[in-house]
Ligand binder design. Structure first.
Ligand code: SF4
Length: 261
């Protein structure tokens, strides 16, 4: 990690732009928090062994903090696609030291990723939806299957207000091989940043640059005021703004970020 990155990560702890802009808890935040903690304890009791899927986005950092506070037993994993921002990789290192725990890292099969680039070029994702999804399949979906193998439950930071495609997400989704538990599904953007501020949770400094949703570097840009949360993901596409890890249907929900305050 270079010194400028360290500096950026340190700056956030003192209260960066995102916290100043967004931290504002709901009136019933205390109830939501209790519910989230209960969901995690229930998940440990009913769906072990567990793992948390962390994109290192702020919602996932909140879930990791909740895991830490409740003390539930779970693994945590990150999909290192080979296309992440330097800031995201730096946060992975910070996550390990901040919580003093292991984080599992899953990467694409190197030969598959190299063959895809050799055949289609390094910017294939911009050429067609099919190529973009193939890239996501190689770099995300297949490694996800390995990350979830043998697990009975996985924890996510999905929130309903993130998009139309996520608007119907439940607290617990029973899947054929395991349960998917979404403990902060009804938290608002303001709740998330309030909790970050309250517990001095490390977060990706790219959130200070109007990137509410951070994925791979080639496929993430900042959003403008009034744009949807996920408008900066695959911005050139008229698609569901999903990579297939969680949901892959519906259109992005129109909740301009300015309405979240
Ligand atoms: S988000 Fe972009 S770079 Fe990352 S796996 Fe998908 S298409 Fe490839």
């Amino acid at each position: 990690m270079n010194t400028s990155t360290l500096s950026s990560l340190a700056d956030h702890a003192a209260g960066g732009h995102a916290i100043s802009l967004y931290a504002k808890p709901s009136d019933n935040f205390a109830d939501k928090l209790l519910r989230s903690q209960q969901l995690l304890r229930d998940a440990e009791a009913r769906h072990a062994p567990l793992t948390q899927a962390s994109s290192l986005g702020v919602e996932d950092m909140v879930v990791t903090e909740l895991i830490h506070q409740t003390g539930i037993q779970t693994r945590i994993f990150v999909l290192e696609t080979g296309q992440l921002h330097a800031e995201t990789l730096a946060l992975l290192a910070t996550l390990r030291t901040h919580y003093g725990r292991e984080v599992d890292v899953f990467r694409p099969v190197a030969e598959d990723a190299a063959a895809f680039v050799a055949q289609n070029g390094p910017e294939a994702m911009y050429q067609s939806l099919a190529l973009r999804k193939e890239c996501c399949d190689i770099r995300k979906t297949r490694p996800l299957a390995l990350a979830l193998a043998g697990k009975k439950g996985w924890l996510t930071g999905l929130r309903r207000e993130q998009s139309n495609a996520r608007a119907e997400v439940g607290e617990i989704e029973e899947q054929p091989e395991r349960a998917k538990i979404n403990p902060i599904v009804d938290w608002t953007w303001g709740d998330v940043w309030h909790f970050v501020q309250l517990h001095n949770i490390p977060y990706n400094p790219l959130h200070n640059q109007f990137m509410p949703s951070i994925g791979c570097a080639p496929c993430t840009r900042a959003i403008a005021v009034g744009e949807d949360f996920r408008a900066g993901r695959w911005w050139w596409e008229d698609s569901s703004k999903e990579c297939g890890l969680h949901v892959d249907g519906g259109r992005a929900k129109t909740i301009p970020i300015k309405e979240q305050a």
